[in-house]
Design a protein around this ligand. Structure first.
Ligand code: FES
Length: 659
């Protein structure tokens, strides 16, 4: 295409939407014209100040801030490149310079309060029967006042009463919070109806309240994902989930993936503090929201159980995660830890405890440990593959005899990144697709039945599988030469593309397509998973071969994470992302990482189990294994391919993922 006519491309995060800047329209109007609805009170007149966006790349491509922006935004905000979407237009003076730059020419972050449509965040996980044995326990007792004949000190009377009433001995070495001690003489004398004490892990007494408050025993489990956060308010008396809420991880404003966030921390003196503050603030919002939904006070939460990948875990703890991104990719700590909330700043009870599940390795974090605990893969008889598909992909292979794990850089294409019409699972994204093999007519559904504006991961998998079944593409991923003159196959930017939605049926006013390079991106993502699995299997086989002459093979698959939950398992198998085993042996287990965090709240023994699993599990650094490149290149094929058919092998090596 003539550079002069080249469109100005904007990537909008965190929704991963790539769109063309429409000359003559403001950013606000460009968003609306592309079907992305954002909040505004003034309808784009520049008077409400609601359409705040952050320019992460390409500020010079926009007209300078207007008088309205100077009035409605803080000076500091303008310095940090916040703008009002309705006031920013394409800077026509700079067009030539902008066009010379690599697309995207602009990268813009949309804060989640700006987006009208909610994201589809997976909150459901597997439900397991679990014995109730939380670390937080509440004991109610009525303590008799001291007398001259029995002048026993307050604390001793209280502890003795707990032992008599509940059979629990808290005498030896028990730690008591100072504020509890201070209030003890008063509360024992004024509370005629007895007192309730809250103790943590048989180690410390963290609260004392008047009356019987044993029914108010809550914990919160938090799953810190690279893109989304989910909070589960748990009733620790019965293990039931009382309320759930989620939100986008606000750190996405500083980088979509982990490596970009590590780079932000490296390059900015206060970068770590900034990302730490953001995550604490977002978690606090979740705590307040779930408590409101559950009609309880945040003060009634005495413990938080946290899972997240290693980088999120470190940033949560305000520990620099830089070394996780550098060879040999070692985290600062591995074991599970408990830290007092005092001075930490979560909006739970100030004397509450924060429990973090252990990390497995630099790129396999506490979230994978959560998946392991929730899936019980370590108890399976059959060899089981567990895939957690998020922004990164983690794999566990194991059963009651063996256990290994590794991670692959695969998820972001499946979240819509690097796919021209790809986007995250939000309203208007195409999530299921069927293609008529005779006519190539397409049937699709969109999230919330909104007009289609892009394609999310499950839609992408369907499209590739359906294109294969209809022979629109061959098994090496190229367009089938026999159909190149079909009206749905067009030539766009020197490559072929298949029209999924014609322009008259979308608010985008252009076709929604899948191009040859989009197909390659999906091939790379699925190859990363499949080759990762094969490398881990080879590692296990090499260890076991002398005991077991038959090589191991996968008998069942658990798909975890949001993407794993929504994809069509038949199509996922069909494109060769997972092994070809009967569909009834493939189970979708939902947000298993979050379930693992919940289970650790409900039964503290799982924390010990997590520590034991650390000793059992073998971590495989997939990308450094000798066979990885070959396995990866082979896995780029769609299934049942003969290597001879694959004529451009060397091109694929050029696209190997970079850590
Ligand atoms: Fe009101 Fe932009 S929409 S200021």
């Amino acid at each position: 295409m003539n550079k002069k006519n080249q469109p100005i491309i904007i990537d909008f995060e965190p929704i991963s939407r790539r769109i063309h800047f429409i000359p003559g329209l403001s950013l606000y109007q460009t968003l609306i014209s592309n079907g992305i609805r954002i909040r505004s009170l003034c309808g784009g007149l520049g008077t409400c100040g609601k359409c705040k966006i952050l320019i992460q790349k390409g500020r010079n491509a926009l007209t300078p801030p207007t008088q309205n922006e100077h009035e409605l935004l803080e000076k500091e905000e303008l310095e940090k490149n916040w703008r009002l979407a309705c006031q920013a237009y394409l800077n026509e003076q700079e067009l030539e310079i902008i066009r010379k730059k690599e697309p995207p020419h602009l990268r813009i972050f949309l804060p989640d309060e700006l987006l009208i449509e909610d994201f589809k965040v997976l909150t459901e996980g597997i439900q397991k029967e679990m014995k109730i044995n939380p670390a937080i326990k509440k004991f109610f007792c009525v303590v008799e006042p001291p007398t001259l004949s029995r002048p026993i000190p307050d604390l001793e009377r209280l502890l003795t009463k707990i032992k008599e009433t509940h059979g629990v001995s808290l005498h030896d070495g028990i730690r008591i919070e100072h504020d509890v001690l201070k209030s003890l003489p008063q509360i024992l004398r004024t509370s005629k109806n007895g007192v309730t004490i809250t103790e943590w892990n048989e180690q410390s007494i963290i609260a004392i309240e008047e009356g019987n408050k044993t029914q108010n025993n809550f914990g919160i489990a938090i799953d810190i994902g690279t893109t989304t956060l989910v909070g589960y308010l748990i009733n620790l008396n019965d293990g039931k989930t009382h309320a759930i809420s989620s939100k986008l991880n606000p750190q996405t404003a500083y980088g979509e993936d982990l490596i970009t966030r590590i780079t932000f921390i490296k390059e900015n003196k206060k970068g770590l503090q900034k990302l730490h503050d953001l995550i604490i603030e977002a978690i606090n919002e979740i705590i307040i929201k779930t408590c409101k939904m559950g009609n309880i006070s945040p003060y009634q939460i005495h413990e938080a159980s946290i899972v997240g990948n290693s980088v999120m875990h470190h940033i949560f703890l305000n520990i620099n995660p830089t070394y996780i991104g550098l060879s040999p990719y070692v985290p600062a700590l591995q074991r599970n830890i408990d830290i007092p909330n005092k001075n930490f700043g979560l909006k739970i009870h100030p004397n509450g405890n924060i429990h973090l599940l252990p990390l497995i390795a630099g790129f396999v974090g506490a979230d994978t440990m959560g998946v392991m605990l929730a899936s019980n893969v370590d108890k399976e008889e059959e060899l089981t593959l567990v895939i957690d598909i998020g922004t990164n992909g983690e794999l566990i292979i194991g059963n009651k005899y063996i256990l290994a794990t590794g991670s692959c850089a695969a998820g972001s294409a499946l979240e819509g990144a690097h796919i021209k019409d790809g986007m995250r699972a939000a309203s208007g994204s195409i999530d299921t697709v069927k293609i008529d093999p005779e006519t190539f007519e397409i049937k699709y559904t969109t999230i919330k039945n909104r007009p289609p504006i892009g394609i999310c991961g499950s839609g992408l998998i369907d499209i590739i599988a359906e294109m294969l079944k209809s022979k629109i593409i061959t098994r090496n991923g190229n367009f089938n030469k026999n159909f190149l003159d079909h009206e749905r196959i067009i030539k766009k930017n020197k490559e072929h593309a298949f029209i999924i939605v014609k322009k008259e049926n979308t608010p985008l006013n252009r076709d929604i397509t899948i191009s040859q390079s989009d197909i390659r991106q999906i091939q790379m993502a699925k190859a990363a998973f499949y080759s990762g699995m094969k490398i881990i299997l080879q590692e296990l086989n090499s260890k076991l071969i002398h005991e077991n002459p038959d090589p191991l093979s996968i008998s069942q698959i658990f798909l975890a994470g949001a993407f794993g939950n929504y994809i069509d398992k038949h199509n996922t198998k069909f494109i060769g992302m997972i092994p070809d085993i009967p569909a009834e042996k493939i189970f979708q287990i939902g947000n298993a990482a979050g379930s693992g965090a919940k289970l650790c709240l409900i039964n503290k023994n799982l924390r010990k189990k997590a520590q034991k699993l650390l000793k059992r599990i073998t971590y495989v650094e997939i990308a450094t294994k000798k066979m990885f490149q070959r396995e990866y290149a082979q896995a780029m094929y769609f299934p049942h391919m003969n290597l001879d058919e694959f004529f451009s092998l060397k091109d694929f090596y050029l696209h190997l993922p970079i850590r």
